[in-house]
Design a protein around this ligand. Structure first.
Ligand code: SAM
Length: 404
């Protein structure tokens, strides 16, 4: 009969830890040991390329195991696929009173690696009845509850402003840090493109301030937003400024940073997945492709070419050969297509227009620069939409544009 295990946390900083074996198990364990600050020695005649790539962070001993390898060690992992070697490691560890994990036979080990996950400052470690898959599943369930705020955790509730990028729209595409920040908020100041489903999860006492900027309608002035976030934070609240995509990509996020700094309000930033990359990706279009394009340019189309306030050199853009990702370009798409063709881009340059990307109503229109206006009108394209211009669209859709 095995006695119950006694769980403990190990502080391995600066301590020698020996991993015997250089295969997949070692590859999975070594990064966590490095992250814990251990002096990791990997002993194995051969190692995977990934372990070889860690050579600056570990001591690599490229030969078979010798018991003296464990001298001065605090912890050892026997991770070879050879039972006899693992057994030799166990024996040498026992003689030296070092706890030893066995990858081949947990019943012969003196220590076990738990299924580990982290949420904020909390570490979850599950040691099941030597059923690693079950332990990993239980760990995932606990982490899920923590991330959803269904298990109480110590959240950073300090007053201040947190700029949170909400990703392109699908709530599955927000970061863990974003969820964490929302769970900690007293006030949420949200835009139209921030993932709406997540607002439904806020607890009733959270104040929700809707500053939706409808492209052709009501518009909350940026000054009002700056004022409201600063004012609530100075009143001792933790304010989440929640936007679609990334706050610094056409999100006026840095104006909010400046306003907070001017008022002495602490401000932090949680980056989001920008729609400029995520929407094409989800729609199956890469923004770069080897041998096809070496650059992609993200451009705002909110002003037409030739507008006195435009900061875009459309001629220069037309002369580039790479992908153009156009945001806020629905209204000006015909004028932009004309400017690109006038600047030298071929009329048959492939174009994809993705509306409501990553959301349930997502649609995609395939077109060319020459036919963009007609195709967008025929399909009734409306914002929000991303317009991808370039040969990557043909790479993704050879059935429409032929092989390029
Ligand atoms: C004011 S910009 C904000 C961009 C945002 N900060 C980002 O990083 O994704 C709004 C534009 O982003 C694009 N956009 C954002 N979310 C989108 C989505 N889910 N589908 C298509 N386009 C989207 C549209 O071009 C829209 O007009």
């Amino acid at each position: 009969m095995t006695d119950q295990i006694y769980p403990a946390g190990l502080l391995l900083t600066g301590r020698k830890v020996v991993v015997v074996g250089g295969g997949n198990v070692a590859q999975r364990r070594v990064p966590a040991l490095i992250a814990a600050g251990a002096r990791v020695h990997v002993v194995s005649p051969e190692v995977t390329p990934a372990i070889e790539g860690m050579v600056d962070e570990i001591t690599l001993v490229l030969r078979g195991f010798e018991p003296a390898d464990l001298d001065e060690a605090w912890y050892v992992i026997a991770a070879t696929d050879d039972t006899a070697t693992n057994e030799a490691v166990s024996i040498a560890a026992e003689e030296r009173r070092i706890f030893c994990v066995r990858s081949d036979d947990a019943t012969k080990a003196s220590a076990w690696t738990p299924a580990v996950g982290r949420h904020g400052t909390t570490t979850v470690a599950v040691v099941g009845n030597r059923e690693p898959r079950r332990s990993a599943g239980q760990r995932d369930q606990i982490l899920h509850l923590l991330r959803e705020g269904e298990l109480d955790v110590e959240l950073d509730r300090a007053p201040g402003v947190v700029l949170v990028g909400g990703g392109p729209g699908d709530p599955e595409l927000v970061t863990i840090a974003a969820r964490h920040a929302l769970a900690s908020a007293d006030v949420v100041v949200a835009d139209r493109l921030a993932p709406r489903e997540l607002l439904d999860e806020l607890s009733p006492e959270v104040e929700l301030i809707d500053v939706a900027k409808l492209p052709r309608g009501r518009s909350a002035a940026q000054e009002f937003i700056n004022e409201v976030i600063v004012e609530r934070a100075l009143a001792g609240k933790r304010v989440v400024r929640f936007k679609g995509g990334d706050n610094f990509v056409y999100g006026r996020g840095f104006e909010e940073v400046i306003a907070c700094r001017a008022a002495g309000v602490p401000v932090t930033v949680i980056p989001g997945l920008s729609s400029s990359i995520a929407v094409p990706a989800r729609a199956g279009i890469p923004v770069t492709h080897r041998g096809v394009t070496h650059e992609f340019t993200v451009v705002s189309g909110h002003l037409p070419p030739g507008h006195p306030e435009s900061l875009v050199e459309w001629d220069a853009l037309a002369r580039l050969r790479g992908t153009i990702v156009l945001l806020m370009g629905v209204d000006n798409a015909p004028a932009i297509a004309a400017a690109l063709m006038a600047g030298g881009r071929s009329a048959d340059t492939p174009v994809a227009v993705i509306q409501d990307g990553t959301m349930p109503g997502e649609t995609k229109v395939l077109s060319t620069l020459a036919t963009l206006q007609d195709d967008m009108t025929a399909e009734g394209v409306r914002p929000p939409a991303i317009i991808v211009i370039g040969d990557v669209v043909a790479v993704a859709h050879p059935e429409r544009f032929g092989e390029r």
